[in-house]
Design a protein around this ligand. Sequence first.
Ligand code: XIL
Length: 338
Amino acid sequence: MKTQHWFMILVSSFILLSCFSPTMRKIADTKQFLLGVAVRPSDLLDPKDTKLVQDNFNILVPENIMKLQYLRPTETFWNWSDPDKLVQFAEANNMKLRGHTFVWHNQNPPFINNLSDKNKAIQILQDTITQVLTRYNGKFYEYDVCNEVIDDNGVLRNSIWMKTIGPEYIDMAFKTARQADPSVKLILNDYNNDYAGTTKGDAFYKLVKDMVDRKIPIDGVGFQLHVMAEQPINEQALRANIKRFRDLGLSVSFTEVDVRIKLPVTPEKEAAQQKVYLDLLRIAREEQVSCFMLWGYTDAYSWIPGTFAGYGSAHPFDAKKNPKPVFSEMKKLVTSFK
Ligand code: XIL
């Protein structure tokens, strides 16, 4: 046979193979593993982005649109259109949803940042949670009721909610959410809360244990896990932490995983990043983590360079939206899940 023929055979077998190799989504479904991603409205509009989301994930979280700055920019105006589209998209594609987030110190509208009256603040907090969970009753698998309530020193953050209502705002938020939607799992989410034996990790655990002891309706905790390639995962501290929350009867979710690289990218740094992604994925599976969410899939829309100067390349797809080697390795790992 001519070389040309061999070449054609090779190309067509490659095309055939790639058509029949199952998608990450399919594999995750088969393994009953919730693998998700944070999305922006345009991810559901641009056909290339949409296909990527459909082919790879079975659970979604809105990166920004359900933060109060966008969802409720004034006391009387609600921006339901983007969240409605997200909910419809998830339903049409048989995907689960995580909600993010009601009570936070960031990305609030001015009318919340300017609150000063305690009763008014309580009313806004309760009304916001009730309106969202009434509209989307039964639609969310889990919801970050409060986000980042502990600061870097391990004490309750002096947020607008703390200043106006006092520490009881956390209990209030969870009770209101439970009342509005008994089916959604209620989560307390934070960053640097992932290791047992650290100031913040232990303060976060103490707060959550106290809520459980007092029968506040909390179902689980979220570890954001915005981590760095240069810092290997402390597997023992992470597993010990997951275990102690599970011992309280709570679930643990990995809610915002990205692994940033200090630029410039080198093969060594990429290898370190790959190890971090794979360690997290393996630990999530072995410790029966509730869901594993990537905080974005592509470097094209990453929040990393704007927040962590000098860092980038944090996601498993490159800026052209092609999978990096780390993504193939992640796929192999999920395929091997027992
Ligand atoms: C980030 C988004 O990714 C950015 O687009 C936005 O400008 C700021 O917020 N912890 C969280 C997320 O809980 O909501 C943040 O998301 C990242 C840190």
